[in-house]
Design a protein around this ligand. Sequence first.
Ligand SMILES: [Fe+2]
Ligand SMILES: [Fe+2]
Length: 470
Amino acid sequence: MPSIDYSQKIPNNVDLASDKRLQRALEAWQPNYLEWWNSVGPTDFNTKDVYLRTAVDVGSDGWAHFGYVKMPDYRWGIFLEPRDGARTIGFGDHFGEPAWQQVPGEYRNWLRRIIVTQADTEPASVEQQRLLGHTAPSLYDLRNLFQVNVEEGRHLWAMVYLLHTYFGKDGRDEADELLQRRSGNPDHPRILGTFNEPCEDWLSFFCFTMFTDRDGKFQLLALAESGFDPLSRTTRFMLTEEAHHMFVGQTGVGRVIERTCQLMKENPGKDVKALGGVPLEMIQRYVNFGASSSTDLYGAEISSNSANFFRSGLKGRAYEDKQADHLALEGTYRFENLVEGRLSMEEVPLRNAMNEVLRDEYVKDNERGIEYWNRICERAGNDFRFALPHRRFNRRIGVYAGARFDLEGKLIDEAAWVAHVDRWLPSASDRAYVKSLMVPCYEKGKTAGWIAPPAKGIQGMPVDYEYVRM
Ligand SMILES: [Fe+2]
Ligand SMILES: [Fe+2]
């Protein structure tokens, strides 16, 4: 496995130089990518020096270099984990066969669809977050936003490499369309609903990186199991970058909670809003929205697509090696289905429930984040406790989209929903209030008043380091 070659126009560790046709195709796509970045990325900060990490090696230690970069000069490239020549397919009907180095003809369309759906989320999130730089609560946060943005850009490169290399003309057309759809555009939207929601304030951004990037983690874990080896190797490396995105979300929300707890302690009985903080109940409503919207991303509970993707060996379960039975032919999955307006326990063939199996892992991981936030409350001597909304709450996709459920997942009628919704989800006045706090704080070492400063800086640098040179 060659190390990453940075002398190339497109840095890579796939020996791009030896495939002139592919190299030319990707070099032709590159200016279109930059044009996309320069028109719908974080455009107003393109001339600033940002302290960014850039992948330099695919090994698990020492894989990144940190230094000042202007974002348009970021070295977006193609980095795959090393190939294991003995790798076999770990699940489904082809279990035990050698992993595919080329696209299996009979699954070509499914595989292309899986790759395009993943790819589309990457530029979408950059578009959603493009204006947040104007209201960053600190230079540290501003830098983290841009770090997430450039790496989502690299994730797009990772998927476009697969489309160009393995899918011929169709793949190149798909790669072009990835630069043409736009988040929130009614005529030409991004593929998945969550990636068309506006992200206009930093609390929403932190919830997005907490819950939506975490969906990304589990999708990538499922794709890392893929029998199509190039997809497995590229998603494995993407997971290395993804961890930081979730860190930004979890600690970001945590710092808002910490600041509110501090304001409450210092000013007992006073309205937190009068003190410029975000009330804990309001944070919970943002959590309810972010978690429920991202829970939709796993798709329908019973899904023939998910069965097909598993059966064919294209998309596995997260941590497939921990499963005892990799065929999942015999097993069943029990869940509460909504039938004619009622919940009733049902047992379905396991392969048809693969979306739900992945969602289970996601919910468990979210619970750990909630515990982390509750420890912050506990340490501050505050009695408030956060809770993850039930997976049935506020769904727009799957069986539960057909009815209303409360935060505990209890079936309720429309009137009860209307009566409570402003206590469960951010109201227009919540959103207006949070937006009113969004005033930039670009002074070195300073942090806006609604959020606590970070516990430590990036890569051993002090918190008051000049992470972005304004
Ligand atoms: Fe990503
Ligand atoms: Fe991400």
